[in-house]
Ligand binder design. Structure first.
Ligand code: C5P
Length: 234
């Protein structure tokens, strides 16, 4: 089965530019991610339009609410037919378990966000979480795994350790990817596609290096080939 490892982040404020960019990509080489901005502006219709163009969609809405509400949101996402959906691990065991029950393993993958990478040690202290961010990430990933979730979103720096502790079947989805010759934008710590795959990532979320490229398809093809080389040698 074709299982493209690149997920292109469609971080656009409206449907038109998102669809225009998608028209320049190849669904054989990537999946696409629809996040809060685009979904709030363009809604489920946009997700359906992308799916009609043969793109599998990661619905990145990071659900975080009481268990009953999150379960309902997960069911609605599965009803749309998306490939992957995510929830916040900070919602806790009951919420994660309710999400899993609403979305039995199978068609729609269910993953968790552990800690937002924008949160440092001081931010954790502000909300009463002690310990280093890395330790909190490990704990929350373990909780997501214990609740039967399929994986987590994690920074490339966390990937190698999570791959060790969570085993080979736990899905690791990694943003913060930059090819060597592309601007890092506002990302603080970046990793190349090959390095992220070598560290154990399953899927790479890549936005601006592809969406802002003069030729998005050429960049996608290049990064796809780079990853294929790494997969072949690993
Ligand atoms: O354009 P760029 O490649 O930086 O986009 C990365 C995407 O991954 C964005 O949609 C961003 O919101 C998302 N993301 C991230 N860091 C995280 C979680 C998600 O960059 N820790």
């Amino acid at each position: 089965m074709n299982d493209p490892r690149i997920i292109v982040a469609l971080d656009f404020p409206a449907a038109e530019p998102a669809l225009a960019l998608a028209a320049r990509l190849d669904p054989q080489l990537c999946r696409v991610k629809v996040g809060k901005e685009l979904f709030t502006a363009a809604g489920p219709q946009l997700v359906e339009q992308l799916m009609r163009k043969s793109f599998e969609v990661f619905l990145d809405l990071k659900f975080h609410d009481i268990p009953n509400t999150v379960a309902g949101a997960c069911k609605a996402a599965a009803g749309l037919g998306v490939w992957m959906v995510n929830v916040h691990a900070l919602g806790g065991r009951k919420m994660l378990s309710a999400a899993r029950e609403a979305l039995p393993p199978g068609k729609t993958r269910l993953i968790a966000v552990t800690l937002l990478t924008s949160m440092g040690r001081d931010d954790l202290a502000d909300i009463g979480l002690s310990g280093e961010p890395e330790a909190v990430v490990q704990r929350l990933a373990g909780l997501a795994g214990a609740c039967g979730l399929d994986g987590v979103v994690c920074s490339a720096l966390e990937t190698a350790r999570l791959r060790q502790t969570m085993g080979k079947d736990f899905c690791l989805v990694t943003p913060g990817i930059r090819p060597l010759d592309v601007a890092v934008d506002d990302q603080q710590r970046v990793t190349t596609p090959r390095q992220a795959m070598a560290n154990g990532a399953d899927y790479l979320v890549i936005g601006r290096p592809i969406t802002q490229a003069p030729d998005p398809l050429a960049m996608l093809q290049r990064l796809h080939a780079e990853i294929a080389t790494e997969l072949a040698t690993s």
